[in-house]
Design a protein around this ligand. Structure first.
Ligand SMILES: [Zn+2]
Length: 237
């Protein structure tokens, strides 16, 4: 086998809404602004933030305010003149997309090696962009890969992959993650259970959950003993 080229995923500049609100009990709507947020420069990786967002409508609204619209159908893909454009989505629609995404995360396990890429076509088609002239026809999603530009450098060809929507970006991040690194925290009460493992034996999302579970296990095993000893110490005094 011979490697022919380098392929780089470029950063994603997500357009942010300038205003957003709950229009009806379960409908979120707003107006796009001109600011953008670099989703590749967050403190936590964007796919982790997304996977851990809670599902109540307020959290979904906050998520959209902070990170912009996911734009599943590519309504705004490739456009630069977004300021002032209106958007609307149903909270349930957001939840369904997230469930799809998590199913691709959760079907992985630490025994599976290699890129997550292979499971994606089974659970969800590649990110798609709806062609502009078929905007009203839901059955005419045109499946395209993300935009890719080739450059010839001295070291050989380099392909730059641009996600055109945040939704596409999320799937690109998930696809190119090592399968065994996509895990969920073993603390059943963890508030943000999905994480990307840094070590092979990592079972918890972070130190807090690890300590909490260790302490609770210790207590289950040794609690009785500890109480008995304390009682006998008190009795001696
Ligand atoms: Zn945790």
């Amino acid at each position: 086998m011979k490697y022919l080229a380098t392929i780089q995923l470029q950063k994603c500049l997500a357009p942010l809404p300038q205003s957003i609100c709950l229009a009806e009990p379960n409908v979120i709507s707003g107006v796009m602004g001109s600011k953008r947020r670099d989703l590749s420069a967050l403190r936590e990786p964007f796919h982790r933030e997304y996977a851990n967002c809670t599902l109540d409508r307020k959290a979904i609204l906050m998520f959209t305010r902070q990170y912009g619209l996911l734009d599943w159908e590519g309504q705004f893909a490739g456009r630069t003149d977004l300021a002032g454009l209106k958007f609307t989505f149903h909270v349930e629609e957001w939840r369904e997309h997230r469930a799809n995404f998590l199913s691709a995360w959760a079907t992985t396990s630490r025994n599976q090696k290699g890129l997550n890429w292979s499971i994606v076509p089974d659970t969800f088609p590649m990110p798609s962009t709806r062609s502009a002239w078929m905007v009203f026809d839901h059955n005419s999603l045109i499946v395209k890969g993300p935009k890719t530009l080739w450059t010839l450098t001295e070291k050989g060809p380099v392909a730059r992959v641009y996600a055109q929507t945040s939704w596409e970006y999320l799937w690109m991040l998930l696809c190119f993650e090592q399968r065994e690194k996509l895990r969920s925290c073993e603390n059943p009460k963890c508030a943000a259970p999905y994480f990307i493992a840094r070590r092979k034996d990592q079972r918890f999302c972070g130190e807090d959950c690890a300590h909490l579970i260790a302490a609770s296990r210790w207590w289950t095993q040794h609690g009785k003993e500890w109480r008995r000893r304390r009682a006998s110490r008190k009795a001696k005094r």
